[in-house]
Design a protein around this ligand. Structure first.
Ligand SMILES: Cc1cc2nc3c(=O)[nH]c(=O)nc-3n(C[C@H](O)[C@H](O)[C@H](O)COP(=O)(O)OP(=O)(O)OC[C@H]3O[C@@H](n4cnc5c(N)ncnc54)[C@H](O)[C@@H]3O)c2cc1C
Length: 385
């Protein structure tokens, strides 16, 4: 059984997984950011009722999106194809418009797919460019298949030609923000809407904005679990934990704290959270406030980067609290980081090494080996993307 296939509780029920996503009903969703925020982060509550599926805190859920109607219309216009024509997909007849909604990724441009397109069009200039990975990486950032077809028009390609190279529309992963013990038959997510303007059009991330804009309460969408064995709470509930989760990185830590509260774990929980502005971007603030009051959180350290002239990030808060953080780690605490892989997680990792070196009186190489060993022992979990 793969990580993304999960068995149901009873052998007589169907098995839901990546190849057979469970049609899950959206119960509730709302924007966690306040008015005036530059961010749009949704809390989504999804029902697992009737699926027999289960998950653990630290796992992720894949949501299978639909492409947005405006993207489909732009693609039809760029390709000069008729959306109402009948096409066959996996021996099922549907309209081209339906196929583009459910079956193909019109957003992500990769080297492999672009190369196939160049060959199909007989465009030697584009094929040449595709040989240069750096060019492809730069070209594909912010572009979708509407941009490609407009910039490198294909002469008389049929719908089936596009089906031969476009990637299937796959689910995107989201760190689970709930504990199944605290919310039986439910799974919660924290989803940041991806929106930007590029190459003359407003762009939307296919899955994040499917969840925020298109998935209506009461409607179903395909979901499946991705189990993450390397991002788990300590089995011993008395072990303290340190969690660093700015932005949507907060998601699994809501699950961790809920799980520790539900199981009566006595270990202390220390949270680092950050975003742009405290007034609008402190995600789940009321829940953290009540956790602090009830002693479910030992402390929360906050870093709002744009509330003062100089930018302050979670890794700065870690460094400010180096002595206490190190004493926790030296006493056996587990350390977790979740969120942006490109910068934040790297900076947090380096801060951890620096703290081990300074506070533990180690050489940089020893500190690096110490942190690596923590990872090996699953005392340092990373859920970064
Ligand atoms: C294990 C894991 C856990 C995750 N957990 C979460 C989570 O809890 N919450 C969450 O919100 N996300 C999470 N993600 C990220 C999530 O899976 C998606 O990648 C994210 O929602 C974007 O997907 P999308 O379909 O909306 O965007 P896509 O349609 O896939 O678009 C993304 C593409 O848009 C382009 N792009 C994006 N921003 C810009 C920009 N500013 N300028 C130009 N181009 C741009 C890039 O080409 C990029 O490749 C997680 C990812 C992983 C792997």
């Amino acid at each position: 059984m793969s990580d993304t296939e999960a068995l149901t509780q009873s052998d007589s029920e169907p098995i839901y997984g990546k190849s057979n996503p469970f049609p899950a009903k959206l119960l509730k969703k709302f924007n966690l950011n306040g008015e005036g925020s530059a961010k749009e982060t949704f809390h989504a509550e999804i029902s697992l009722e009737g699926s027999g599926l289960s998950y653990e805190a630290g796992d992720a859920l894949a949501v299978v999106p639909e492409n947005a109607p405006d993207l489909i219309e732009d693609f039809l216009e760029a390709t000069v194809l008729e959306g109402s024509q009948s096409v066959m997909i996996d021996e099922i007849s549907m309209t081209l418009r339906e196929a583009l909604r459910d079956k193909f990724d019109l957003r992500v441009v990769t080297k492999v797919v672009l190369t196939k397109y160049a060959k199909l069009c007989g465009n030697d200039d584009l094929l040449d460019k595709c040989g240069d990975r750096e060019w492809v990486n730069e070209y594909s950032w912010g572009r979708d298949w509407v941009d490609v077809v407009k910039e490198f028009p294909a002469e008389s390609l049929a719908a089936e030609d596009y089906f031969s190279f476009l990637r299937p529309l796959a689910g995107r992963l989201y760190s689970i923000a709930s504990s199944l013990v605290a919310h039986p038959d439910e799974v919660h997510l924290t989803v940041g809407a991806v929106r930007y303007e590029a190459f003359g059009r407003q762009k939307k991330g296919v899955c994040s904005t499917f969840i925020t804009d298109m998935w209506a309460e009461g409607d179903t969408a395909g979901v499946y679990f991705h189990h993450n064995k390397k991002f788990k709470l300590p089995e011993d509930g008395s072990v303290p934990i340190i969690m660093v989760g700015p932005g949507t990185g907060i998601a699994p830590f809501r699950a961790f704290v809920e799980e520790r509260v539900a199981s009566g774990a006595s270990g202390k929980n220390w949270l680092f959270f950050g975003d742009q502005h405290e007034a609008t971007d402190y995600l789940y603030q009321s829940e953290w406030d009540s956790c602090l009051q009830q002693g479910h959180l030992y402390r929360v350290d906050l870093a709002f980067s744009r509330d003062q002239a100089n930018k302050i990030y979670v890794q700065d808060r870690m460094r400010e609290n180096a002595a206490e953080l190190w004493s926790w780690i030296a006493d056996g605490a587990y350390f977790y980081v979740c969120g942006d892989a490109s910068r934040m997680a790297k900076d947090v990792h380096q801060s951890l090494i620096d703290i081990a070196a300074e506070q533990g009186g180690m050489e940089e190489s020893e500190a690096t080996a110490y942190i690596k060993q923590m990872q090996k022992e699953k005392r340092y979990g990373r859920d970064v993307y």
